[in-house]
Design a protein around this ligand. Structure first.
Ligand code: F6R
Length: 355
């Protein structure tokens, strides 16, 4: 197929009344702008042993920055990073915990509750937000934080949220800001955003081709230990943008349970996308190949996509950017507005007015 009647058609933009494509196209410039974000208060770097764990509080799109940080830091930091979703707190919070509450709106109920409960135990706390209650904590109560630009959907603000977390780690002396990785990753992200954007016709556009292949089926995104984070991001972006149920899973664990589920008579309704990475190693590559071979006979369709770039940050971002655009074109093919999130809004509204 050289052009697609809907995705490459002249009335393409009519299917996107809020011009959501501009948020995706603006992701590279968002990442560049994020390099200039600063903390509201200067920090004294922690002494060795002063920080024993990092806990990031956040929900949905605001938790994704933490997920990306943990995936990127895998094996690099001598201390664990936990992403805590919900109003409960992980065990082991204490004065040696570096706590970061992330909420793009600054008003997410679960994040605010968790932060209020955590602060007495873990005063080494930071926030990342655009406004709301969290910004008031920075502006009126002096909690250190990074105020990021508003105006995006939280799930589109991954660049601001992720690089803010790296800035906090740098300020606390936990990990110097990875300038070299960023210098490799951002030009690649720029190149990919252009290559997956609406102006590039389907014959040269992997994101459009994948969306067309996925559209008739329920997407399932499988990754390995490194690509598990992008796989989950694909799932949530397909759900929020395309309003389509999607699943994600991680090898090798799914070889020990989920793989049996594909004996289901409904298996033909699904399309599995394997997220591959040059760093996955021979053993995982073999697992992926055998799993793919086994499932090919059962599911509706199977695809494979590869990360691009050299460094881990570039590779993770390349898969994220591709998934974001795939979810966007899926929305277009399904005739839904990728920007609105009516069910999430209704939930927040109804919970706010509940007694
Ligand atoms: C909306 C989105 C949601 C929100 C979540 C939490 O674009 O991605 O998943 O991120 O409802 O809200 P915030 O991010 O404002 O804390």
């Amino acid at each position: 197929m050289t052009t697609h009647p809907l995705l490459d058609g002249p009335n393409f933009a009519e299917r996107d009344p809020h011009c959501f494509w501009k948020e995706l196209e603006g992701f590279p410039s968002q990442c560049w702008a994020a390099q200039d974000l600063t903390l509201s208060r200067s920090q004294t770097p922690a002494t060795p042993g002063e920080v024993r764990q990092i806990v990031i509080l956040g929900m949905g799109g605001s938790a994704a920055g933490g997920d990306l940080l943990r995936a990127y830091m895998a094996g690099r930091l001598p201390i664990p990073i936990q992403i805590s979703r919900g109003d409960g707190l992980p065990a082991g919070l204490g004065p040696e915990t570096l706590l970061v509450a992330v909420s793009y709106s600054g008003n997410t109920e679960e994040t605010l509750t968790a932060l209020a409960d955590a602060l007495p135990k873990s005063p080494m706390a930071f926030v990342v937000t655009t406004g709301g209650t969290l910004a008031a904590l920075v502006e009126r109560q002096g909690l250190p934080g990074i105020l990021v630009p508003s105006g995006l959907m939280p799930r589109s603000a991954l660049g601001f949220l992720f690089f803010s977390l790296l800035k906090i780690l740098d300020a606390k002396g936990i990990m110097p800001f990875p300038k070299e990785d960023v210098a490799e990753a951002l030009p690649l992200v720029e190149q990919l955003a252009a290559g997956f954007g609406p102006a590039r016709p389907i014959r040269d556009n992997e994101a459009k081709r994948l969306a067309v292949a996925l559209e008739p089926r329920i997407p399932v995104v499988y990754g390995g230990p490194t690509t598990a984070m992008p796989a989950y991001r694909w799932k949530t972006q397909i759900e929020e943008n395309a309003k389509r149920l999607a699943l994600s899973g991680v090898l090798p664990e799914l070889n020990h349970n989920e793989v049996e589920g594909w004996a289901d008579s409904e298996a033909r309704r699904f399309h599995i996308v394997f997220l591959r990475d040059r760093g996955e190693g021979d053993r995982l590559a073999r697992r992926m190949a055998v799993t793919r071979d086994l499932l090919l006979r059962r599911v509706g369709d199977v695809s494979e996509v590869w990360s691009r770039g050299e460094g881990l940050l570039a590779r993770l971002l390349s898969l994220i950017v591709l998934g974001d655009w795939v979810s966007y074109y899926l929305a277009s093919l399904r005739g839904v507005d990728p920007w609105t999130i009516p069910a999430i809004d209704e939930l927040k509204q109804r919970l706010r007015i509940a007694p």
